[in-house]
Write a protein that binds this ligand. Structure first.
Ligand code: NDP
Ligand code: 8X3
Length: 248
C-alpha cells in the first residue's frame, strides 16, 4: 500500500485528490487548515486510510510537529502532491495589495519549496514522486494575474529543475497546469464573493477537482520508467485570445 501526502486537501482539487487516491487504495496524509473537513475525510474512509494533518503550510514549525510524528503506517511517503495554493485579487499590479502578493508567494512558492526540501530525502529513498499544481497562468499572462501567474511559473520551472537534479534517483516530478477548474479558488480570490465565482464559471462547463485528481492519480500510477514532465489541461470552452493593444 502506497502513501501520498496531499497539501490543501480540504477543498477543490486537493480534496478530490484525497478521495481519488483513497479509493484507489492509497494511504492519504491530508493537510489543510480546516479541521472539520479533514475530519469528514477520516469519517468517510477511516483512520487507517486518511491521516489528517492540521497546519498552515506557511508555518514550518507546526508542519514539522505534524509530519515528524506521523503514525508508522503513514511515515513512508511515496508521493507528494503540492496542491495547497491560492490567488488573491484580480487587480492590475499598480492597484494590487502588497500583502496579498506576499501571501501568494509565501503559500504558492516558499511553502511548496520548503515542504519539498523536507521530504526529498525520503522520496529519494523510496523512488517516489512529486506532483506540483502549477497553472496555465504560468505560461499565459492575463491582466490581474501578475504575482499569481509568476508564482505558478516558479512552480513549473522548479518542477523541471527538480527533474534535472533528480536524474538517476528514480524520483518522478510533474507539473500539472490546469485552466479553469470550478473549486473554491475564485471564491478565495474574490474575498468570498460567491456571485463572482458563479459568474466566472457560468456556461463554461469547467474542469472539476475530480478531473484533475484523476489526472494526478494517473501520473502517480504510471510504470516507474515513465515521467510526465508537464501537463496542460483546459475545459473545451476555454482557449486562447489575441494580444491586447493600448492606443494613444
Ligand atoms: P481551493 O480554494 O478550492 O482549495 C485550496 C486548498 O489549498 C484548500 O484545501 C486550502 O485549505 C489550501 N490552502 C490554501 N492556503 C493554505 C495555507 N496557507 N495552508 C494550508 N493550506 C492552504 O482551490 P483549488 O483546489 O482550485 O486550488 C488548488 C491548487 O490548484 C492551487 O495551487 C491552485 O493555484 C491550483 N490551480 C487551480 C485552478 C483552478 O482553476 N481552480 C487552475 C490551476 C491551478 P485550507 O483553506 O483549509 O487551509
Ligand atoms: C487558475 C487558472 O486561469 O484562473 O490557476 O489563472 S486561471
Amino acid at each position: 500500500m502506497k502513501t501520498v501526502l496531499v497539501t490543501g486537501a480540504t477543498a477543490g482539487i486537493g480534496e478530490a485528490c484525497a478521495r481519488t487516491f483513497a479509493r484507489a487504495g492509497w494511504r492519504v496524509i491530508a493537510t489543510g487548515r480546516r479541521a472539520e473537513r479533514l475530519d469528514a475525510l477520516v469519517a468517510e474512509f477511516g483512520a487507517d486510510v486518511i491521516h489528517p494533518c492540521l497546519f498552515d503550510v506557511r508555518d514550518e514549525a507546526a508542519r514539522d510537529i505534524a509530519l515528524d510524528s506521523l503514525p508508522a503506517e503513514f511515515a513512508g511517503i511515496d508521493c507528494l502532491v503540492n496542491n495547497a495554493g491560492l490567488a488573491l485579487g484580480t487587480s492590475p499590479a499598480q492597484a494590487s495589495d502588497l500583502a496579498d502578493w506576499k501571501v501568494m508567494i509565501d503559500t504558492n512558492v516558499t511553502a511548496l519549496v520548503s515542504l519539498t526540501h523536507k521530504l526529498l530525502p525520503g522520496l529519494i529513498a523510496r523512488k517516489g514522486g512529486i506532483v506540483n499544481l502549477s497553472s496555465v497562468a504560468a505560461t499565459y499572462p492575463y491582466t490581474g494575474g501578475n504575482v499569481y501567474g509568476a508564482s505558478k511559473a516558479f512552480v513549473r520551472q522548479f518542477s523541471l529543475g527538480l527533474r534535472s537534479d533528480l536524474a538517476g534517483t528514480g524520483v518522478r516530478v510533474t507539473s500539472i497546469e490546469p485552466g479553469m477548474v470550478e473549486t473554491e479558488f475564485t471564491l478565495v480570490r474574490n474575498g468570498g464573493d460567491q456571485a463572482a465565482s458563479d459568474q466566472l464559471y457560468a456556461g463554461v462547463n469547467p474542469l472539476t477537482g475530480a478531473d484533475i485528481a484523476e489526472t494526478v492519480l494517473w501520473v502517480a500510477s504510471l510504470p516507474p520508467h515513465m515521467n510526465i514532465n508537464a501537463l496542460e489541461l483546459m475545459p473545451v470552452n476555454q482557449s486562447f485570445a489575441g494580444f491586447q493593444v493600448a492606443r494613444e
